[in-house]
Design a protein around this ligand. Structure first.
Ligand code: COA
Length: 238
C-alpha cells in the first residue's frame, strides 16, 4: 500500500475537528446531501456513539512528498452506532474511501482498523447494510444476516434508564467510553423493582423490511430499505 514510508492510523473524528470539512466533502461526493447537513451529522461524533472514525496517513517531516501540503491525508471514513438489544454489537455505516485512492487496499485497512477498534471497546459483533458492496464485505468475512435495530442518536437526550436497559456497555471497566451513560449515579434497584423494557426509544429506527429467513444470497435479498430498494444485511463476529 503506497510506495513511500507512511503511517496509517484510525482516529475518532471528534478528536480531529480540523478534518470535519474534508470528511463532509468525502461523504458528500459519494452520497450527496448538503455540506451543512453532512457537517451537522459528523459533529455528533462522540465516544458515546455514534462515532465517526477516520483513517489517516501521516508522513514525518522528512518524508512529506512535495505535492502534499498537509502532514496527514484522509484515506477513509466509517461510522459506528449501537444496536438495540445487542449490547455487544455495533452497526457499521458510511464506509468510504476517496475515489482516487480506491483499489489500493485502504478499504481493507479501514475495515480492519475499525474492527480492531470495536474489539478493543468490548464489542464482539458488527452489523451493516449495503445496496451493492456485498461482495466486498463478504471478501472481508461478513456473512448475510437478519436486520437489527439501530440506535442512531444516543447522545441526544434518551434517558439514562432507557440507555441502561437497551445498551449496557459490554465492558465498562476496560473501555474508555466514560460518557456511555449520563454520569448521574442511581442506586441499583432490587430485582423485583426492575422496570419492564419500555417501548422502543423514539430515536431508534430500523432499516429494511421484516426479515424472511429464506431467499437471501449475495445476488438477491428479501430485504429492502426505506425507499424500497433491495438491501443486504450482513454481520461479522470479531
Ligand atoms: C467499498 C470501498 C470502501 C472499498 O475500498 P477500496 O479501497 O477500493 O477496497 P480495497 O482496495 O481495500 O479492497 C479490499 C479487498 O476487497 C476487494 N474488493 C474491493 N471491492 C470489491 C468489490 N466490489 N467486490 C468484491 N471484492 C472487492 C479487493 O479486491 C481487495 O481484496 P484483497 O485485499 O484480497 O486484495 C470503496 O470502493 C468505496 O469507498 N466505495 C464507495 C462507497 C461505498 O459504496 N461504500 C460502501 C457502502 S455499503
Amino acid at each position: 500500500m503506497g510506495s513511500r514510508s507512511e503511517e496509517l492510523s484510525l482516529v475518532p473524528l471528534h478528536q480531529r475537528p480540523e478534518l470535519m470539512e474534508a470528511c463532509a466533502q468525502l461523504l458528500g461526493e459519494e452520497w450527496g446531501k448538503s455540506q451543512a447537513s453532512r457537517l451537522h451529522s459528523l459533529q455528533r461524533s462522540s465516544d458515546a456513539f455514534p462515532i465517526c472514525l477516520v483513517l489517516l496517513r501521516s508522513w514525518g517531516p522528512a518524508e512529506l512528498p512535495a505535492a502534499e501540503k498537509s502532514p496527514c491525508q484522509l484515506l477513509g471514513h466509517v461510522r459506528l452506532s449501537r444496536v438495540v438489544g445487542h449490547p455487544h454489537s455495533l452497526f457499521v455505516e458510511s464506509v468510504v474511501v476517496p475515489r482516487a485512492l480506491r483499489g489500493k487496499g485502504y478499504g481493507r485497512k479501514l475495515m480492519e482498523a475499525m474492527e480492531k477498534y470495536a474489539r478493543a471497546q468490548g464489542f464482539h459483533r458488527l452489523h451493516l447494510t449495503t445496496h451493492d458492496k456485498q461482495h466486498f464485505y463478504a471478501h472481508l468475512g461478513y456473512t448475510l444476516a437478519e436486520p437489527v435495530q439501530i440506535m442512531a442518536f444516543l447522545s441526544s437526550g434518551i434517558s439514562a434508564k432507557v440507555l441502561r436497559i437497551f445498551s449496557a456497555h459490554p465492558s465498562p471497566a476496560t473501555s474508555n467510553l466514560g460518557a456511555w451513560v449520563p454520569a448521574t449515579t442511581q442506586p441499583s434497584l432490587p430485582p423485583t423493582m426492575v422496570p419492564p423494557p419500555p417501548p422502543l426509544p423514539p430515536l431508534s429506527w430500523m432499516r429494511g423490511a421484516p426479515a424472511k429467513s429464506y431467499g437471501q444470497n449475495l445476488l438477491e435479498t428479501p430485504h429492502c430499505d426505506a425507499k424500497g430498494l433491495p438491501i443486504f444485511w450482513m454481520k461479522k463476529d470479531i
